[in-house]
Design a protein. Structure first.
Length: 416
């Protein structure tokens, strides 16, 4: 469609946008498990107002916009405090992928400078997020993939055995996306430290859940900056931080490690160029919205949302295990889990057929493979409809018994 010759009326445009959204997933009714995490009406209100206030601002230079420097500092410092990093330093980024990208860059640059590693290796479990493979692709590193152990967690012995003199980064997830389990972070960080490599903990999902679960009195496997050898952590404010998209934090153990992710260039007619992450011009809107949501919720708000999320997740997991022919993969540690066909039911129960039957009832689940599974990221917005989900799941499973879905695709993200 070509650009209209004559500009169009704003009311018509907004009406057209609203009509276009008719087929988009309806996360507001709580029937979507992923993509958008709904913190409730006051969270929306404060995020929308703050984003509108900063919609036009640019964080490219905080000399011109010092308020965005403060916003970034206050979000990062709050996370450093929560994750027990007394000397921690970091930046806001546009999302988990960018946080991971700059953490990988920082590992590559440090190991090139300090250990002379020209082409580094990224050591990771096959559960680690695809963003690490994207980072390796973009940054010219070789991924070395180690299969997870039978419990779905990264296999420490196999990881240690895969270390070479080119290893620049060992990845741990807290929890990993596919099966929602926390890797053995202390052991993986020790492997990294012994190799002189960085250890990145991907807490894109868990960063706004695990600290509050612990504050609410539950035991949580060690994963944060209290673990020696952890050099960087990513946590997404735009996931269970309940801020709108475009906000994540990359946190380093200290400024000395952080400096390897930044870029500066002094030989340009445009002046001295310094950049913390991958963006140039950088919208203030997601930064301000994230700041406002984090400040609005505070510790109490996050503990309450986490409680609701985890209670909902446990209820759902128990319900899956009660359905003949279905099972949950492993022992999920937080708010992510996957539903598979129960062992022995392979020729009668197809979990993708269950997913399609749930979709027909208005529920949106993602799919995994190896094994085929339905994937759920639970958040507080799902709590009000959990009873309906439990009923529909049992009914859907009974209905599709003996059938098989023709479409076996497992899209996580798409091109066009
Ligand atoms: C979502 C996610 C990422 C990637 O984050 P984006 O914000 O989608 O770029 C990385 N790791 C884990 C565990 C995730 O869940």
């Amino acid at each position: 469609m070509a650009l209209p010759r004559h500009g169009r009326n704003p009311d018509d445009l907004l009406a057209e946008l609203a009509a276009m959204q008719a087929d988009d997933v309806r996360w507001r009714d709580g029937r979507t498990f992923g993509l958008v995490y709904d913190g409730g009406p006051t969270v929306h209100a404060v995020a929308e107002a703050a984003a509108a206030q900063y919609l036009h601002e640019n964080a490219l230079t905080t000399i011109a916009v010092p308020s965005l420097a403060r916003i970034q500092r206050e979000v990062v410092d709050a996370m450093a405090d929560l994750l027990h990093g007394d000397r921690a330093a970091g930046f806001m980024t546009s999302g988990g992928t960018e946080s991971i990208m700059v953490a990988v860059l920082g590992a590559r640059e440090r190991c090139r400078a300090e250990r002379g590693v020209e082409r580094g290796e990224l050591l990771l479990a096959d559960s680690a997020h695809a963003a690490f493979h994207k980072a390796a692709h973009v940054l010219g590193l070789d991924p070395v993939v180690v299969p997870v152990g039978p419990d779905g967690r990264a296999d420490v012995a196999a990881t240690a055995a895969a270390v070479t003199e080119r290893t620049v980064l060992v990845v741990a997830s807290a929890p990993g996306y596919p099966h929602g389990v926390i890797d053995p972070v202390p052991e993986l960080a020790a492997v990294a430290a012994a190799a002189g490599a960085n250890c990145h903990v991907d807490a894109c999902m868990g960063g706004f859940v695990l600290p509050f679960l612990e504050l609410d009195g539950e035991e949580v496997r060690p994963w944060d900056l209290r673990v020696p050898g952890v050099t960087s952590i990513s946590l997404d404010v735009h996931k269970l931080g309940y801020a709108p998209k475009g906000a994540s934090v990359v946190l380093w153990r200290d400024k000395a490690r952080r400096r390897w992710q930044t870029f500066s260039f002094d030989d340009w007619l445009g002046g001295f160029y310094a950049s913390p992450n991958l963006q140039g011009s950088r919208s203030g809107a997601p930064m301000a919205a994230a700041w406002a949501v984090v400040q609005h919720l505070g510790v109490d708000g996050y503990v309450a949302l986490t409680r609701r999320t985890i209670d909902t997740t446990r209820r759902m997991i128990a319900a899956v295990r009660a359905v003949d022919g279905l099972d949950v993969i492993g022992e999920p540690d937080a708010h992510l889990f996957a539903i598979r066909t129960a062992p022995g039911w392979e020729d009668r129960m197809d979990v993708f057929a269950v997913g399609d039957a749930m979709a027909a009832r208005g529920w949106y689940h993602d799919r995994l493979h190896r094994p085929d599974a339905l994937h759920l990221t639970v958040s507080a917005g799902n709590a009000p409809v959990v009873d309906a989900w439990v009923d529909d799941l049992a009914e859907a499973a009974a209905t599709v018994l003996g059938t098989r879905a023709a479409d076996r695709a497992t899209p996580y993200a798409t091109l066009e």
